[in-house]
Design a protein around this ligand. Structure first.
Ligand SMILES: C=C(O[C@@H]1C=C(C(=O)O)C=C[C@H]1O)C(=O)O
Length: 98
């Protein structure tokens, strides 16, 4: 079991790095949306993300779980974008009042 868990650890390690990279890109998108007054939620893009990534699965056993996983990380990304944008707005308000 240890050997298998080592493999899981190695995958988790890669996923942590990828997760961080994804979130960093998501934050640059937040900045763009804030500057251009765009909505955080983009349903067409989310549908495309699910559709294109499902094609990378080699069997359908985990398809539903994977769809949930994608929605979960996209929900997280919307949450952090929203938090970041709210912080910008608050900072702007407080500077504007000076
Ligand atoms: C990151 C974005 O914002 C949201 C989050 C997405 C994601 O995490 O992939 C996709 C679409 C948006 O609902 C984006 O618009 O690309």
């Amino acid at each position: 079991m240890d050997a298998i868990r080592s493999k899981i650890d190695a995958i988790d390690r890669q996923m942590a790095a990828l997760y961080e990279q994804r979130m960093a890109l998501v934050m640059t998108i937040a900045e763009y949306k804030y500057n251009n007054n765009e909505n955080i939620f983009d349903s067409e893009r989310e549908a495309a993300v699910v559709e294109k990534n499902l094609k990378f699965l080699t069997d359908s056993e985990f398809e539903n779980c994977y769809i949930e996983f994608l929605h979960f990380i996209m929900d997280q990304s919307k949450r952090v974008q929203s938090q970041w944008i709210e912080t910008q707005k608050k900072n702007n308000e407080s500077h504007g009042a000076e």
